[in-house]
Design a protein around this ligand. Sequence first.
Ligand code: CDM
Ligand code: ATP
Length: 277
Amino acid sequence: MSKMVIDGFAPAKINLSLHVTGQRADGYHLLDSLVVFADVGDRLRVRPAPDARLTVTGPMAVGVPGGPDNLVLRAAALMGITAEISLDKHLPAAAGIGGGSSDAAACLRALSELRGQPVPNDVLALGADVPVCLLARAARMRGIGEDVVPVAGLPTLDAVLVNPGVPVSTPAIFHRLTQRENPAMPAQMPEWPDAAALIDWLRAQRNDLQDAAITLEPVVADVLHAISATQHCALARMSGSGATCFGLYPDTATATRAAQALVAAHPGWWVQATRLS
Ligand SMILES: C[C@](O)(CO)[C@H](O)COP(=O)(O)OP(=O)(O)OC[C@H]1O[C@@H](n2ccc(N)nc2=O)[C@H](O)[C@@H]1O
Ligand SMILES: Nc1ncnc2c1ncn2[C@@H]1O[C@H](COP(=O)(O)OP(=O)(O)OP(=O)(O)O)[C@@H](O)[C@H]1O
């Protein structure tokens, strides 16, 4: 008998690099990004039903739309399926870690499995991050987000994610860019023997949205300074259009201690130790 209900996981998306390489005539920006996924995320339960219904719960539910604007209901509508969905929000919204896109992707995966129906090709209409979130593993993302190629053999990274609780509008950040044509990542991705080699390579890459985000929300600079100041931090950078930033560490123990220090110093910030792969 086919399944009636599926529990899905929507991991946080992290842009380890985010190069803005140009702008299309329609205003969308061309990107070149190395994307990975965390072991923290939202959870959802999906069940096809005669009427669409959404319940949003969890520590990050406040402010997340509970109606048809929610990306999980938009994802179900795109598949032509009505469903009852429970969404347990653990990721901050408008935070540069693709919460809504990852929820939409998890919903598409669940409905596709429940109904034996393929995921439609036009998922980009739900959000530029939805194609990479459908894959939900390490990938190079280009174009405006539609060109997604898996990256094999990427070493797992120990990290801390930090969000200061300030929502950031993605269009506002792109709008503030002063330089829209920047170098891409190298055409050929290297092979990294271990996490230390990957971190060394990442130091030469960038997030081209970071300065614009700091101008709009100066607290992003405070977050980056706070992460950089933790013991053994090897790299601190912003993800997506912010305000979430990540720190990379040599191992799980140093990442865990850094997260504890950040929580103690900034009790109002969202802080998560995690592994990225
Ligand atoms: C910045 C990233 O998070 C990097 O992963 C994504 O490109 C943004 O993904 P997203 O939040 O799913 O973005 P969307 O909801 O599709 O787009 C929001 C707005 O961001 C701008 N936008 C987005 C993606 C892109 N390649 N170029 C853009 O200029 C557009 O103004 C767009 O209207
Ligand atoms: N399931 C959802 N979770 C969070 N926000 C949602 C959801 N559905 C719709 N939204 C709306 O989308 C807006 C952007 O939230 P989202 O978490 O997707 O942004 P983001 O983290 O900046 O994403 P990205 O990294 O893709 O730019 C929110 O302000 C909210 O109004």
